[in-house]
Design a protein around this ligand. Sequence first.
Ligand SMILES: [Zn+2]
Ligand SMILES: [Zn+2]
Length: 148
Amino acid sequence: MKHKTDNKRFLKKVETYCKEKGVRYTKPRRMTLEIIAASERPLGAYKIIEEMGKVTHKPKPTTVYRAIDFLQRHGFIHKIESLNAFVVCDANHAHEGSQFIVCNECGLVKEVHICELPDDLQKQVDAAGFKMDRWNTEIHGVCQNCQF
Ligand SMILES: [Zn+2]
Ligand SMILES: [Zn+2]
């Protein structure tokens, strides 16, 4: 069980999306996504900067932060808040919330695609008269492999 999408197909899909939407798929954006997609574990910004420095000259941190921001906004990556790291998402921008199961031992991260906020939570949000923007759930534990 690895968090790994079919990279070639995924990267091609992102490229097509950008072309169709007329958004610029700049080299730093492309490289940032390729680096995150190639990793089996969520990557933090500093790791991305370091990895990019191996392929080309070391980028300015702001360049990478801006690329991350772009990729996040378009739903190509998610941030795992508790790890301060990023993973790719192949869900076709179909959801506003993101949920992850994170293994404390090996760092495996699995995304769970629940598009709707669970009822009990939604009720609380409604009762508070709150207008929800996005939501994020992270469940920490030990994966199947690490239990033996
Ligand atoms: Zn997702
Ligand atoms: Zn594990």
